[in-house]
Design a protein around this ligand. Structure first.
Ligand SMILES: *Cc1c(COP(=O)(O)O)cnc(C)c1O
Length: 382
């Protein structure tokens, strides 16, 4: 990915150094009152952009198909930025039922207080979302695949129905990244990503970004400025460093993730593997049509077992850490229960569910760790 290597840097303007310098700053000085009054120059105040934030925005713009990019201090801040850029009092929002839970909390809390009503919809709805559209529906929000449960959505069909009623389409594109799903080419107006995950890639930075096509670029910029969102230069530098290797890391996460997912599918302790790039997955056809790759995050459902069996499995894992977030070089395994989160659809697995992130360790080592874990599960499951 040449764009990942070239974006946001200009050695000729950086004393020959390969990487752009980190610029820290709040105040920007003008030479004269006349210049100050005419607002000459690209920079006016640190919060409103620096050469460092411009470098990352320029690089991200290249992988977002030229869309306008705004940085946020976390992925969740990018999500709320996109929602606040498109919605106001009296408006209606259509939200996918498999959405990242903190996004749902924002809709139920702050958006409700602001007088925005949210209706949740089945991730498999496709073009039939037209039936849920109201005259005041201003935005349709998609997340594909869904958080925790990995349902793939028919984004072009949903976007077609939303645009027919002049509603904005917002997408959380964190799982695939713009490298494996070009959101704007599939009808998305504002795409958001948690750069905390694969962009940073090393579990050492919190950052997010939103990108908007022409129709919503102005609203995104204005809302971004009004909220006072900005990101510290060191965090931007880490994201820019992560960006250079994003394509090679993702390719490895994809290949290793698929190997582990296929192996898990063959195991007697496993009831189901939720991974859109597996031929057995209900989302496979849509994934194949619209995505150009898969990341290293997926979930499994185990056959039912006694209470404590999941802890026996996970507590003894040596290579898989137990913790939030993902997209770093390290593998993670976390138990989850999505049964009581959904309101528009029923999600009722028979056995316990675990989300896995496959990192950059040797795949053979990971399989051995999981094999021992599944043996502990089977022994404790009874
Ligand atoms: C992690 C995540 C977010 C939030 O990102 P933070 O940087 O943790 O705020 C948003 N959406 C999805 C799908 C995520 O996985």
């Amino acid at each position: 990915m040449t764009d990942l290597v070239l974006g946001g840097r200009d050695p000729g303007a950086q004393f020959g150094f390969v990487n752009p310098p980190i610029v820290r700053g709040s105040t920007v000085l003008w030479q004269t009152v006349e210049d100050y009054r005419a607002v000459t120059g690209r920079y006016t105040y640190g919060r409103r952009g620096t050469p460092t934030s411009d470098a990352l925005c320029d690089a991200l713009k290249r992988i977002e198909g030229g869309a306008e990019v705004a940085l946020a201090p976390s992925g969740l801040a990018a999500v709320t930025l996109a929602l606040l850029a498109t919605l106001g009092t009296g408006d209606h929002l259509l939200m996918v039922d498999s959405v990242y839970e903190p996004t749902r909390r924002f809709c139920e809390g702050m958006l409700r207080r602001l007088g925005v009503e949210t209706t949740y919809y089945d991730p498999s709805i496709g073009g039939q979302i037209a039936d849920l559209m109201r005259p005041n529906t201003k935005a349709v929000y998609v997340e594909s695949p869904g958080s925790l449960t990995f349902e793939v959505q028919d984004v072009p069909a949903i976007a077609g129905a939303a645009h027919a009623r002049a509603a904005a389409v917002i997408m959380d594109n964190t799982w695939a990244t713009p490298l494996y799903f070009n959101a704007h080419d599939h009808g998305v107006d504002i795409a958001v990503s948690a750069g905390t995950k694969y962009l940073g890639g090393h579990a050492d930075v919190m950052i997010g970004w939103a990108s908007a096509n022409g129709a919503y670029a102005g609203a995104l910029k204005e809302t971004h400025g009004a909220l006072g969102l900005c990101v510290g230069p060191d965090d931007i530098f880490l994201a820019l460093r992560g960006l250079r290797t994003l394509a090679v890391r993702l390719a490895h996460h994809q290949a290793a993730g698929l190997r582990v997912a296929r192996w898990l599918e063959s195991r007697p302790e496993v009831a189901r593997v939720m991974h859109p790039a597996l031929e057995s997955d209900p989302g496979y056809a849509l994934w194949r049509r619209d995505f150009s790759g898969a990341s290293g995050l997926f979930a499994i459902e185990l056959k039912p077992g006694a209470t404590g069996a999941v802890a026996a499995m996970l507590n003894g894992l040596e290579l898989f850490g137990l913790g939030y977030s993902w997209g770093g070089f390290e593998s993670l395994a976390i138990p989850f229960d999505a049964r009581n989160i959904r309101t528009a659809t029923r999600w009722a697995p028979e056995g316990p569910t675990i989300r896995l992130h496959i990192g950059l360790e040797d795949v053979g080592d990971l399989l051995a760790d999981l094999e021992a874990g599944l043996a502990r599960y089977a022994a404790a499951a009874g």
